[in-house]
Design a protein around this ligand. Structure first.
Ligand SMILES: [Zn+2]
Length: 239
């Protein structure tokens, strides 16, 4: 549940790290960061209502998060195991995310999960180690995903070719246990990695995608819609 910190940009484009973090808030630099990313190829950031909201806060004392319109959202395409509290504009991104989850799950398991397990959305706080920046969670603009709960294969539906019959029953997929799953868990690893690749390839859903290759993210994906793009999910040999 640690969160991305701006200093990680140094892995993306070393040249921009020239001493101060203020550049992070300059939209033109954001676009430069976006286009320096390997994927998606055409990355230019689309407009997003929170782009102009400052993420800077005083380094000490009670943190005050900017007022944004928050909504309770249960999930339209796939339900979350409990409703999420997010910025109203982030809800549309989540809906697209659920669509991608559904699509990949049907390819791999023959049905969509019944529930998405999340471990945090709105939470007004600073980014750990960066006391002058608020976390995207402080804007309701990020989500942490720990896994997916699948129900039984519906009657009359077929499992995809080659999938073990035991997966007709209900089962859970978890980042911590299955990201690098081998043997009978290899299918879950394939599901999680295909999902991550599909999300990284989209420039209209999330801008920051963090996962197992990013410190503190072995057990969840962190997805948000910051004004900059950072992708740190796969180890270098898997990118
Ligand atoms: Zn997070």
């Amino acid at each position: 549940m640690l969160h991305h910190a701006p200093y990680r940009l140094r892995n993306v484009i070393p040249l921009v790290l020239v001493g101060c973090l203020a550049f992070l808030l300059v939209p033109l630099t954001m676009t430069a960061v976006a286009s320096a990313q390997e994927s998606p190829e055409s990355a230019t950031l689309d407009d997003y209502p929170l782009d102009s909201v400052s993420r800077e806060v005083k380094p000490t004392g009670r943190v005050k998060c900017p007022k944004v319109e928050l909504v309770r959202y249960r999930g339209d395409v796939i339900r979350y195991h409990k409703p999420v509290k997010v910025f109203v504009g982030f809800k549309d991104r989540l809906k697209k995310f659920e669509k991608v989850v559904e699509e990949v799950a049907i390819e791999v398991y023959g049905r969509a999960p019944r529930r998405i397990r999340h471990i945090g959305t709105y939470n007004c706080r600073r980014i750990g180690g960066y006391p002058t920046f608020i976390s995207e969670h402080g804007l309701g603009n990020g989500i942490d995903i720990a896994g997916f709960d699948f129900g039984r294969l519906p009657r009359g539906e077929e499992l995809p070719e080659g999938v073990s019959k035991r997966l007709k029953r209900s089962f859970k997929v978890r980042m911590l246990k299955h990201w690098d799953g081998k043997g009978r868990n290899a299918i879950h690893s394939r599901f999680l990695k295909t999902l991550a690749r599909r999300l990284i390839a989209r420039d209209d859903i999330f801008r920051v995608l963090l996962g197992p290759s990013y410190p503190g993210h072995k057990d969840h994906f962190h997805f948000d819609c910051s004004p900059w793009r950072i992708v740190e999910v796969f180890e270098a040999d898997e990118r």
